[in-house]
Structure formats: structure tokens, C-alpha cells
Design a protein around this ligand. Sequence first.
Ligand code: SF4
Ligand code: SF4
Length: 249
Amino acid sequence: MNTTFSCVGCGKCCTGHHVPLTLDEARMWANDGGQVIVLVEAFLPNGLGLPAAQREHAERRSAVVRSGTSDARVAITFAAYNVGRCHNLDDENLCRIYERRPLVCRIYPMEINPHIPLDTAAKDCPPESWETGPQLILGGELVDQELARLIERSRQADREEIAIKERICMSLGIHTTALKGDGFTAYLPNMAAFAATIDQARSQPLDQAAGEWQFHLSGEDVANQVSASGARVVTEAPVTYAFISLRAA
Ligand code: SF4
Ligand code: SF4
């Protein structure tokens, strides 16, 4: 696969996308008056919720927690909550924090998940952006080595920060997850509390005990499977979070 690419500055990738953030970036986002959305998914040691091909990647970016009588591995994303235009996007579609914009903003349209190949049709970039410019991908390989380093930095942050993110979630009362592939739970924490909790979690050694999590599922069939694995399933309607279902209609 060969692909050329040149950003035409349309600003579409800065509109309606929740941008995954590193911990430093999430703290910066809070400092700048932005809102962070917390997205949570987990899978079970018996493989429930985990495509076999993704095991290594998924395990490295997840924390082992307790759920009922089972372990679970929880993956947590802190992302810039951009329902409309990003609050950093100005009227000319320029980024107001360009020099310190998040890693994922620098990486787009490339993917940070190694299991998701670049699909130009699924990206917001208009057709002309793929018709000119330098080679982005040549023979299936990413050409720009600086971009490759940014992607690796983003993946590394994902792996290194999962334990502290789990502690932060516990402190904020975030302890309901979705099953990977079945959906996400989504929280919009108070940003003053979020920022204070990050600062606190960084200044104190992490408590070694894993948190106790429960699962919110899309339907009774999946709930029964998760329950049968020993994990704790919540049946009440969500109050402090939203459940984003990935179940096919
Ligand atoms: S921070 Fe800048 S580059 Fe990133 S989404 Fe917002 S406006 Fe776009
Ligand atoms: S959607 Fe693509 S072309 Fe448009 S600003 Fe983003 S990266 Fe550039």
C-alpha cells in the first residue's frame, strides 16, 4: 500500500473527535479550561471481550483489577471532550495551542492502535489531501520516522500511565466499565476535582491494591456471560456515567 498525504488545514479532525490525551496533556487540558471525557473498557482473563490477535497490545495498556471473584483488565482513556469544534480551534481553523498540541493531534490521520490499519475513506481528510504531498506510506511502511516516534511515544504513555489512571478513576468514584467490544462507559468528571486528583496521585506513591470494578453490559446475553465468569455486573441504570453501546442494531 502506498499513500501520499498533505494536510489541507480543513479543521475537520478538530471537530467532533474526542482526542486521547496523555496524563500530562489531560492535566494541561484541565488547566486550559477544557473538559476531559473518561472512556473505560475491560476484558476478562478467560478471553471474554478480547480478540486473540489483540491480546498483547490490549494487555500492555490495561491494569489488572478485581471484579467479583474474577480478575479483569481495564483500559482507560482520558480524552479531550470535543463534541463540536475543539475549543482551541480558531475561526481560521488554526490551532491556538499548535506548539503544544496533544500527541494524537500530531499523529492524525495515522492510527495509534497497531491493529487498526490506515483507512483513508474512514478519515475526515478531504480527497485532495490524499492526492498530493510526500509519501506517507510506502510499501505498507510509514515513511516519516518522526511520526513513527510520536506514535510510539503515544503507545508508551498508554502503557506506562494505566496504573496511575486506574488510581485516579478510583479516587473520582469511577469504577464501572464496559466489556471491550461491547461498548464503553463514559464519564465527564468535574475538572477541578480531576486536576486535583492527578496532582495528588502524582505526589503520593501508588497504593498497590487494585480497585474493585463492575461491568455494565449492552444486554442480558452478554451480562450472563460476564456473570458466569465471576465478574460483577451492574443492573441499575447509569447515573454518573453514560453507556456507549457497540452492539449492532
Ligand atoms: S488541540 Fe488543536 S490540533 Fe488538537 S483538536 Fe484541538 S484545535 Fe485541533
Ligand atoms: S482532517 Fe486531515 S486535512 Fe483536515 S485538518 Fe485534519 S489532518 Fe488536515
